[in-house]
Ligand binder design. Structure first.
Ligand code: COA
Length: 175
């Protein structure tokens, strides 16, 4: 039997985090304490159980992109294709609709999840290609004439110019 419910207790938040770390291992997952601090009236965190065992988790809220909701069902690899993702999706979509959004976005990183997304009517609108390079013994940089490279430690007064200009885009965004 599949059961989907809000993640409320500390144990629920730990379970939510466990799923997130398993399904998205390359991103830092917030601690249970951080999840509580980041709580907003619009945010919904869900945990899903299959036959009383942890199976998945979900997130829904407003998107950082204007006029959109945002949602993410996540299911542990060993219990996929048993309806848990669909149950999470239904509850998350209902929440986003109750917030007043007719559209939502999500991020997808593999072909199987893309198949799930298409099955539920999502369409791909954006893509990010991740490039990774091993860093080792590096050649000193070529500094063009007229420029000087300094460390921030040597010139802390420059830190005010080091603000992040844009957020990284999700790997595949669907809505
Ligand atoms: C996407 C995800 C949540 C699906 O979870 P799930 O529990 O396996 O999904 P369900 O069992 O409810 O699948 C429902 C339907 O989606 C489709 N589907 C799901 N996985 C599929 C796959 N690997 N290949 C083809 N179709 C698939 C099928 O139509 C399936 O119904 P069926 O099993 O009766 O054929 C899960 O793969 C996951 O956690 N992915 C990583 C996180 C992610 O990308 N989340 C965003 C998704 S919008």
């Amino acid at each position: 039997m599949i059961r989907v419910r809000p993640a409320e207790s500390d144990a629920d938040l730990e379970a939510w985090r466990r799923v997130r770390m398993t399904v998205v291992p390359n991103e830092r997952a917030p601690s249970a304490e951080e999840l509580r601090l980041l709580e907003t009236p619009d945010r919904l965190l869900l945990v899903a159980e299959l036959d009383a065992e942890l199976a998945g988790s979900g997130y829904a809220s407003r998107s950082e992109m204007a006029g959109l909701g945002s949602l993410a069902p996540r299911v542990l690899p060993e219990v996929r294709r048993r309806g848990v993702g669909a149950a999470l999706f239904e509850a998350l979509a209902e929440h986003v609709a109750a917030l007043g959004f007719a559209e939502a976005n999500t991020t997808i990183g593999d072909e199987e999840s893309l198949a799930f997304a298409k099955r539920f009517g999502w369409r791909e609108v954006d893509r990010q290609v991740e490039q990774v390079r091993t860093i080792g013994r590096e050649e000193p940089p070529h500094v063009p004439d007229g420029l000087e490279l300094v460390t921030l430690a040597a010139r802390p007064d420059l830190s005010q110019w080091c603000t992040r200009r844009s957020r990284p885009r999700p790997s595949r965004t669907s809505r």
